[in-house]
Design a protein around this ligand. Structure first.
Ligand code: GCU
Length: 127
């Protein structure tokens, strides 16, 4: 399957803001999670067949502290406590690949911050 980009700024953002003040993002910006546990971004993604997929998260974390995210897929746990460690500076973007089991058709992938620091800045996911 061809990878498809799903921009964070086009997703449903709960306790976060779409911003564009750190260079290097794709699309029109990125999501700055609020610095609070429970802040989240939820994407709607489409795949042709059920199976295990690589979900590539493009992110930046300009701090030294890990900013883990819990991922759910259609309301069930997809991947827990995935680490998003420091990238050196906010304009330094990198990717982390998370394997998730998706259903054929539409899936809701939600990435929830688990610490008081909130999530990293997230540019997009690629599935
Ligand atoms: C800074 C940075 C933001 C980032 C925030 C954070 O304010 O400019 O892009 O999201 O720190 O710590 O979450």
């Amino acid at each position: 399957n061809n990878p498809v980009d799903y921009q964070a700024e086009d997703a449903t953002v709960v306790q976060g803001a779409v911003e564009s003040n750190h260079a290097g993002f794709t699309g029109s910006g990125f999501v700055n999670y609020d610095n609070v546990a429970g802040s989240s971004v939820e994407w709607t993604v489409n795949v042709p067949a059920a199976g295990t997929y690589d979900v590539v998260v493009r992110y930046a974390n300009g701090t030294a502290a890990d900013r883990p995210l819990d991922f759910s897929v259609n309301g069930s746990i997809g991947a827990s406590g995935v680490g998003f460690g420091g990238t050196g500076a906010w304009p330094n973007w990198t990717t982390r690949t998370v394997k998730m089991t998706l259903a054929a058709g539409t899936n809701k992938i939600k990435a929830v911050a688990t610490t008081a620091n909130g999530g990293p800045n997230v540019d997009k996911i690629t599935v």
